[in-house]
Design a protein around this ligand. Structure first.
Ligand SMILES: [Zn+2]
Length: 225
């Protein structure tokens, strides 16, 4: 599908939450500014937005907001744009010779919709079958969090998590399902507070019906702790 760059088409594209690529669209000069330089520029931009809206930034309650938001954007909400923050890929030899599926369920996802800059909140379920290499369990959470901390579309986030784990684990046999609420759908626009969005990406053996079924059955387990 080819889109023209006019504002109506781009608006419709964003409202339909269609992503255009599995890679985050980054400018060539994305990393030419330092973190502090970025915060400085964004701080002025946020101040401009707030003043345009008519807010009085000399009020004590609002005075620190531009700086706070700028720091939050660069270091927290969108910190996953910075490749230096990518969790390092230490892997281990599969000493137990565990050859079955490993599933990390209910990984908390806090991301941001790139079309409205509103939160995406949900759970990711990630699985892999080791071909001799394993990763620490928390590494899976960290990878989910790293890619979530970008302006995102949920489909791309799902694919990026799978690709990263395939890379780290040197196997195609990786899968991810994400179930998440988009505040741009829940709190504005259509205002459907109940709906959530499920996306999935199945690599290697997970494309086979039985393996995929097993993974989906584990996700459904409702163990009480
Ligand atoms: Zn949105």
């Amino acid at each position: 599908m080819k889109f023209n760059n006019n504002i109506e088409d781009l608006d419709a594209l964003g409202n339909d939450h269609i992503g255009t690529s599995s890679d985050t669209p980054l400018r060539k000069d994305a990393f030419s500014l330092s973190t502090d330089e970025k915060i400085d520029i964004i701080k002025d931009d946020v101040r401009h937005i707030m003043e345009t809206l008519g807010l009085d930034l000399t009020d004590d309650s609002l005075n620190g907001t531009p700086n706070r938001v700028a720091k939050m954007f660069v270091k927290e909400l969108f910190g996953g744009l910075d490749p230096k923050r990518k969790p390092n890929a230490s892997t281990f030899e599969n000493k137990y010779k565990y050859g079955e599926m490993l599933v990390e369920k209910n990984i908390t996802v806090y991301s941001t919709c790139e079309h409205h800059l509103l939160p995406i909140v949900g759970k990711a379920h990630v699985a892999y079958i080791s071909n001799g290499t394993v990763v620490g369990l928390s590494k899976m959470n960290r990878i989910v969090d790293y890619y979530a901390k970008r302006p995102q579309v949920q489909e791309r986030l799902t694919i990026q998590i799978v690709k990263e784990l395939q890379d780290v684990l040197q196997t195609e046999d990786v899968a991810c399902v994400i179930d998440a609420k988009h505040l741009c759908v829940n709190s504005r626009g259509i205002r459907d507070t109940e709906s959530s969005t499920v996306t999935s990406e199945f690599g290697g053996k997970f494309k086979e019906k039985e393996t995929r079924r097993e993974f989906l059955d584990y996700i459904k387990l409702d163990t009480q702790f």
